[in-house]
Design a protein. Structure first.
Length: 136
């Protein structure tokens, strides 16, 4: 038993001696590991910032899509108003005799008996200049 106790004491002394020699290296490794972890977290944060800002669904793309969406909403509103006006014109042409008469007179040059219709000739469009110097 005594030899076991002495062997254990020697093993502890040997382990303590090795740990004392290795302690500076372990502290450096720990310090280096801490620095590497901090650097990795910083790089991850920078990558995440750029990905959120400029990525496929980032803020830049989001703002562009939002502006496009608002523009499309305006176009839809404008087209709905225009469609409402056209529907109103169609209803008037189907039901209002005065509107029907007005369109017949304007488009087909219809006239009542005894009326004379005067049609002025359309003015010709001027030809575009032959070269750029003529337009200056």
């Amino acid at each position: 038993m005594r030899s076991l106790v002495e062997g254990a004491d020697q093993a502890e002394a040997f382990t303590e001696k090795i740990l004392d020699k290795a302690r500076p290296y372990l502290e450096k490794a720990h310090s280096l590991r801490t620095r590497l972890a901090t650097l990795a977290v910083a790089l991850l944060a920078v990558w995440l910032f750029f990905h959120v800002t400029f990525g496929a669904n980032g803020m830049v793309i989001y703002r562009a899509k939002r502006a496009e969406y608002q523009e499309l909403e305006k176009d839809i509103d404008r087209l709905q108003k225009e469609n409402t006006q056209y529907n109103q014109q169609v209803d008037e042409l189907k039901t209002d005799p005065k509107r029907i008469e007005k369109e017949a007179r304007e488009q087909f040059h219809y006239a009542r008996p005894g009326e004379v219709v005067y049609v002025s000739p359309e003015s010709p469009n001027p030809a575009p200049p032959a070269n750029r110097s003529a337009s200056k």
